[in-house]
Design a protein around this ligand. Structure first.
Ligand code: KG4
Ligand code: ZN
Length: 344
C-alpha cells in the first residue's frame, strides 16, 4: 500500500493529451498495460499552412475531445465508473490547446468525483518506454527529442528527473521541420526528411556537428539549420542543381551524430546501464538504429517506444499519471495550463 492505494489492485487511468496538434485519450492499467490508445491527428489541417496554427488546433481539440474519450473508453471496454484517476497533460505546450484537455479532465473529475493528476508532457514522453518494457525501472538515461524539446534526462526514480542537457535554441524536431520547409518538402518535416533520405547520400555534404563550450550535454541545432540554408543559397547563386535527397540525408546524419555523441558521453559519465529514447524524433529509423548500435558498443540496454508511442499520444500520459497517482500526487480543480512548464 502507498498513500492508502492498494497497488495490487488494477488501477485504471483515463489519460488525456491535447498539448499540440493531436487530440488523444487512452486507458492504461497500472502504468504499463495499454487498454486503448486513440489519437485524432490534425496534421492534414495544419499542412495547408506549413505548420501548427494554435487557434485552429484549439478549435479542433474542442470538436474532437469528447469523441476521442468515448472511443478510448469503449475500446478498453470500460465506462467512467471503472476509472480510478484521470491523468491530463497540463504543460508544456500551446496554451489554448492545453486548456481544452485540462478543462475536460476537470469537468469529468468534478462530475464523477474521480481524482485528477496533472502530467508534464515530457514526463509522458519518457514514460512511453514503460508501456512496452515491463522490466524497465529507473534509474536510466533518456533522450527526449520532439518538436518542442531536446532534453537529455537522468530518470532517477519515478517522477524524479535531472535534466543533464537541453537545446540552447531549436529543438531537434523543429530543425527537421524547418529544413524540410527549406528544401520544399513541407510539413510535417521529420517523416518527410526520413523518407527522402533513403534515396540520398548521408556523406554528400559536410554539415556541422555543433558542440557547446560551456554545456557538455547541451544541444544547438540553429547553426545546422543556417548551414543548410547557406548551402541552398550558395547552390542557387552558383547555378548548381540541389539534390534534395542528399541534403536531407546529410542533415539527418548530422542530427544523428550529435544526438548519439551526447548520449554516448552521458552513458560513459553516468555509468547507467539503461538508455531510452522518446519523443516524435525518436520514431526516426536512422536515429533508432544508430542509438541501438551505440548502446550495443557501450554494453548498455537500449529502450525505445514503438513509433506510434514516440509521437504525441495519451497512453504515455496514462503511464506517467499512474506513478504520480500511487505517489499521492493530486491536482485540484484549480489546475491550469502551464505553457512553459519546466521538468525536474
Ligand atoms: O513528440 P511530438 O509528436 O510532438 C512534440 O511534443 O513536439 O514530436 C513532433 C516532432 C515534429 O517536429 C516532427 O517533425 C518530428 O517530431 N518527427 C520526426 C519523425 N516523425 C516525427 N522527426 C524525424 N523523423 C521522423 N520520422
Ligand atoms: Zn510531444
Amino acid at each position: 500500500m502507498m498513500n492508502n492505494i492498494d497497488v495490487n489492485k488494477e488501477i485504471k487511468i483515463l489519460a488525456i493529451e491535447s498539448s499540440c496538434d493531436e487530440t488523444a485519450a487512452a486507458v492504461v492499467v497500472n502504468g504499463r498495460d495499454m487498454r486503448s490508445n486513440v489519437i485524432s491527428s490534425q496534421i492534414d489541417l495544419h499542412t495547408l499552412y506549413g505548420g501548427v496554427v494554435p487557434e485552429i488546433a484549439s478549435r479542433k481539440h474542442i470538436e474532437k475531445i469528447n469523441q476521442v474519450i468515448e472511443q478510448a473508453l469503449s475500446d478498453a471496454g470500460v465506462t467512467l465508473d471503472d476509472i480510478d484517476a484521470i491523468g491530463v497533460t497540463y504543460g508544456p505546450g500551446l496554451v489554448g490547446a492545453l486548456l481544452v484537455g485540462v478543462a475536460e479532465a476537470k469537468a469529468i473529475s468534478y462530475a464523477k468525483n474521480i481524482p485528477l493528476v496533472g502530467v508534464h508532457h515530457i514526463e509522458g514522453h519518457i514514460s512511453a518506454n514503460y508501456i512496452e518494457n515491463p522490466d524497465l525501472e529507473p534509474p536510466f538515461l533518456c533522450l527526449v527529442v520532439s518538436g518542442g524539446h531536446t532534453h537529455l534526462v537522468k530518470v532517477k526514480d519515478y517522477g524524479c528527473y535531472e535534466v543533464l542537457g537541453r537545446t540552447r535554441d531549436d529543438a531537434a524536431g523543429e530543425a527537421f521541420d524547418k529544413v524540410a520547409r527549406a528544401i520544399g518538402l513541407g510539413y510535417p518535416g521529420g517523416p518527410k526528411i526520413e523518407k527522402v533520405s533513403h534515396e540520398g547520400d548521408p556523406q554528400a555534404i559536410a554539415f556541422p556537428r555543433a558542440k557547446i563550450a560551456d554545456g557538455e550535454y547541451d544541444f544547438s541545432f540553429s547553426g545546422l539549420k543556417s548551414a543548410v540554408l547557406n548551402y541552398l543559397n550558395g547552390c542557387r547563386m552558383k547555378g548548381i542543381p540541389i539534390n534534395q535527397a542528399d541534403v536531407a540525408a546529410s542533415f539527418q546524419q548530422s542530427v544523428t551524430d550529435v544526438l548519439v555523441g551526447h548520449a554516448r558521453h552521458a552513458i560513459r559519465q553516468y555509468g547507467l546501464k539503461k538508455f531510452a529514447i522518446a519523443g516524435g524524433v525518436a520514431s526516426n529509423g536512422t536515429i533508432r538504429a544508430a542509438m541501438e548500435q551505440m548502446c550495443a558498443e557501450e554494453g548498455v540496454r537500449f529502450y525505445r517506444p514503438s513509433p506510434i508511442l514516440c509521437t504525441d499520444n495519451a497512453a504515455m500520459i496514462g503511464a506517467a499519471a499512474y506513478y504520480d497517482f500511487i505517489a499521492g500526487k493530486r491536482a485540484g480543480l484549480d489546475l491550469n495550463a502551464v505553457p512553459n512548464l519546466k521538468l525536474g
